[in-house]
Design a binder for this molecule. Structure first.
Ligand SMILES: [Zn+2]
Length: 243
């Protein structure tokens, strides 16, 4: 993935915040004061997907939204609560780095406050991890900021919030997440590690949702296209109202 030339082009309408110099940041911010905050997790996603799936998904979807609508993409926040590690009824203690709900709330509050101080008027917080109450905490903090700063907008969402159910529903390492991972980083997926002779289950495979053995790059692309289309409609409305 070569974003260097894109982020250093003076005519850029979007960029990766941490890879840019102040003048480059300000040139974009002046036109489009939108911050994208991808919120990920390090979490066991079964044997077929990498532990950073939620982070890779959130980052790339934010990047695609920014490319289409302008603005600045921040580095992924790799902090999450309510991981599969502590999910009742399953036993997957390894490969998840889990933080407390209190810490997630605090980091979210401080991050959004800093983005306000840096002059952003719209903040899109995309959570790749949908554990609860992790996701609700992020959405609640965003709502609190909407009340505190009525002239700005904080939009916290998970990707499935703006996708039709026949394309993607909340899932853990199932067909939806695995297709997205195949689309964005195919070299990190190994469907061969999934059993061929039995049903896929949450207890054995850490999969919640439809069969990941049916995942394809083409489905991942379809999900991304729909996400960017629907997300861009909402961002356009927010731009009209808040910029
Ligand atoms: Zn996930």
């Amino acid at each position: 993935m070569n974003t260097f030339t894109e982020t250093t082009n003076t005519a850029s309408t979007w960029g990766l915040y941490e890879q840019m110099r102040p003048q480059e940041i300000e040139a974009i911010q002046e036109k489009t004061p939108i911050a994208y905050l991808p919120w990920g997790a390090i979490e066991y996603h079964g044997n077929h997907n990498p532990t950073g799936l939620d982070s890779i998904k959130a980052f790339n979807l934010c990047k695609d939204l920014a490319e289409k609508n302008g603005g600045l993409v921040f580095p992924v926040v790799n902090l999450a609560a309510n991981l599969i590690k502590s999910y009742p009824g399953v036993n997957f203690p390894k490969h998840s780095i889990e933080f407390s709900e209190n810490l997630i709330r605090l980091v979210c509050e401080e991050y959004l406050e800093q983005l306000v101080a840096q002059g952003f008027k719209i903040v899109v917080l995309l959570s790749g991890h949908a554990g609860e109450p992790h996701l609700t905490i992020l959405k609640t903090v965003a709502e609190e900021f909407n009340n505190k700063y009525p002239d700005k907008r904080f939009w916290a969402l998970a990707e499935f919030d703006i996708l039709p159910n026949d394309l993607l529903v909340a899932n853990h390492s199932a067909i939806g997440e695995t297709s997205l991972q195949l689309f964005y980083a195919p070299e990190t997926v190994d469907l061969e590690t999934l059993p061929k002779d039995r049903l896929i289950t949450l207890e054995l495979d850490a999969v919640s949702g439809d069969d990941p053995r049916l995942a394809t790059i083409a489905l991942g692309e379809q999900i991304v296209t729909s996400f960017v289309k629907n997300g861009s409609i909402i961002i356009e409305e927010l731009k009209q109202k808040y910029l």
